[in-house]
Design a protein around this ligand. Structure first.
Ligand code: FMN
Length: 220
């Protein structure tokens, strides 16, 4: 597994070369990656074999810097923000999402990523459909309403004006709406990616949509 240059030659800001068959080092690297580049637990990093404290620390620093650069670069990916609404025979919900992108012209398609385990994902899989309500230039009301998520027994749309559609509740006041039918889904790390055909669209002429940029791609 190549993570960078050998740390021997760069004692302070260094990277490490770990062989694919070096199970012990791989385990240590995985622990660091899973812990946002930090060493889990108290005291210096656990080292194996001969004393390697400095090398391990430099490896940790290097991985932290690399992850931070990845986070910053990911944060430069601009997106919109949307309320994905979905329903089955008994339930409906809405979730604030930004990981949405057009994926094809013909047929028109989008991709949407939902963190694995969300109720919305369960309903998308059950119904095979969802509605994307595009968030307008002032996102605050939708962020406030949907930002915290909903438990199963809460009405996600209380206080909002909605219209029923066969894709999911349509939230009045949003500048545009896309009715989507799921074609495929793929596990993408800690999220599920849905590829969906856009079967229906509606636009509120003149209304602008919101653009979302982040300082760090490791949060929404
Ligand atoms: C700006 C923003 C964008 C988000 N984008 C997504 C997304 O694309 N996919 C996703 O699964 N969750 C996304 N979320 C998180 C959900 O909206 C989440 O349900 C909500 O923050 C409540 O969190 P919880 O249900 O995990 O408690 C986003 C949150 C915010 C604030």
């Amino acid at each position: 597994m190549l993570l960078g240059q050998e740390h021997d030659r760069m004692p302070v800001i260094a990277k490490v070369l770990v062989r694919d068959d070096d199970a012990v080092s791989l385990e240590v690297v995985r622990e660091i990656l899973q812990n946002d580049g930090r060493v889990a637990g108290p005291g210096p990093m656990r080292c194996h074999g001969r004393r390697q404290e400095n090398r391990c620390v430099t490896t940790e620093e290097s991985l932290r810097q690399e992850r931070s650069a990845v986070g910053e670069a990911l944060g430069r990916i601009a997106s919109g923000c949307f309320i994905l609404t979905v329903q089955d025979e008994r339930r409906s919900t809405g979730v604030l999402v930004s990981w949405v992108q057009q994926a094809a012209f013909e047929p028109p398609m989008v991709t949407v990523c939902l963190r694995s385990g969300r109720l919305a994902g369960e309903l998308v899989e059950a119904s095979g459909r969802f509605l994307l309500n595009v968030i307008g230039a002032d996102p605050k009301p939708m962020f406030k309403h949907f930002g915290k998520g909903f438990s199963l027994d809460q009405d996600a749309f209380a206080g909002l004006t909605i219209e029923p559609t066969s894709y999911g509740p349509l939230i009045s006041g949003c500048p545009a709406h896309l009715g989507c039918r799921v074609i495929q889904n793929v596990r993408a790390g800690d999220h599920d990616l849905y590829v969906a055909e856009v079967e229906a669209g509606r636009v509120d002429e003149g209304a602008q949509s919101y653009t979302h940029l982040r300082g760090n791609g490791f949060s929404y």
